[in-house]
Design a protein around this ligand. Sequence first.
Ligand code: J2J
Length: 557
Amino acid sequence: MLEGTVAWPSDVASRYRARGYWRGVSIGDVFEEAAQRHAEREAVIEDAKRVTYRELRTLVNRVALHFAERGICSGRRVIFQLPNSLEAIVAYFACLKVGAIPIACLPAHRQFEIEHLARFTGAFAWLIPATYREFNFISMAEDLREKLPELREIIVTDGACGKNLTSYDDLALDPIEQRRSPAALNALRPRPDFPAVFQLSGGSTGLPKVIPRTHNDYLYNSYLLASQSGFCADGTALIALPMMHNFPLAGGVQPGLLRGARIVLAHKTDPETIANLIESEGVTWLCAVPAMVLNWLNSPAFRHSDLSSLRSLAVGGARLHPEPARRVIGTLGPVLTQVYGMAEGLCCTTRPDDPEEVIIETQGRPISEADEFRIVDERLNEVEPGEIGELITRGPYTIRGYYKAPEHNRTNFTADGFYRTGDMVRLHPSGNLVIEGRNKDLINRGGEKISAEEVENLILSHPAVLSAAVVAMPDPLMGERSCAYVTLRQGGTLDLAQLNRFLEHKGIARFKLPERLEVVASLPVTAVGKISKKDLRDDIKRKLQEEGAGLTRRPSS
Ligand code: J2J
């Protein structure tokens, strides 16, 4: 056991093993087997780069040997901030082979998030591109390294490098396997009940919480999704979402590569890029968040390309409403799969043989026969069938606790080990779930989760601000965007541009910046004196409606 993780009770673990959910193998071993079986097939395609399983295996083993030589192994944590790339896939499987634990960060994360995660996990290594989307990762890394004594290695992928940085290319191009036998890797093979990867929670309580997913449970999750999505050696998965996010990683990259499919990586999500890749590569599976899908459906590129290879478009991360769901089917045929999942584990999908209305109206049902769920009221009593309540769940691939977070674990998990999702759901007569809302304090911006508390804490450090509350405002494309309400200190002034410059300076990811600022005289409070977010959400909804109807003008802030 890695210190700070919470194991399944031993009787439950024995049951999961006995039933074959947990296979007792590491993901690296399964990858090895798949790579040998499908050696001559194409594995990964990124722009002009194309590698077969044989080539991918050579690269993974080589980089794994280099990692081991540098001490990146045996439970050490590695921050992954790479864009979708062959390098990211190689480094991911290389880590899993030697028992290093990738931390699934996003290229969008900045100093604030990385510093916290690096400290909190005691990260040993950090993988970055030199630049990506005009952001200079090397200077961020150089600034942060002095504050992080435990961080020993910064590995840079796209050529350019600097003092005390390691070039990924130097590792990938150096045939270390001629000096050291890949058999040396066997000694480092992690135990199957050891964490394979640290996912990050959407987080409603301040900074993101860390989700340790074990080899056993993550593999089971991916096998289930592989079967469900019909992944097989003739399949081609297109990964356009950031690949370390749980949805594409556990649902696309991992199942695809374990089954001998091709993985096509995209750097952009615009309709032209996606439609071209589907057509030219014969993509059979694609995952997306609803905002991307809405954008695609409205574009001529999608209407005029030959997308007939597509067998499944998996949409999740935020609610896909019935109207756009119907349009997906109208435009692309019966390819829609709704997916409701979470990095903590549970994953629900609609099934191809569900009636069309069920695929349109629901977010699916759990993928494992062993997933248990209940829909409960505040006292954890089950509500009547069809009524809305909070979804709680446990099962063979849902964590029993966050990493090093005993306080949160007491409130986020029930005494009998159910994870409290914070999602308000209703059981559809078909047995599927409909996601109706949530009781956790976060904004779901087109699938990207923003913790209100995290942003509020930063806004409160602005000298002009007295109090602050961040709430979701409805948005036709993203579903929700973030709106900050603030009261100011006497004589203070603040507009949205000033606030966002201040927040960017603090080093948070851009997607967390508020997109509207409301400066008010006071914040509404509930009967117990807490800020009433419900009133604020109603207020912004009303303002947006009035502005939409032309009753009032949008304030300049
Ligand atoms: C409404 N809300 C949804 C949906 C997730 C598959 C798919 C998505 C994620 C993911 C994932 C939703 N309708 N269809 O990990 O394996 C909201 C819920 C949920 C939270 C989890 C996967 N699909 N959500 O989005 O950890 O609020 O995982 O609890 O990022 O997203 O977010 P995350």
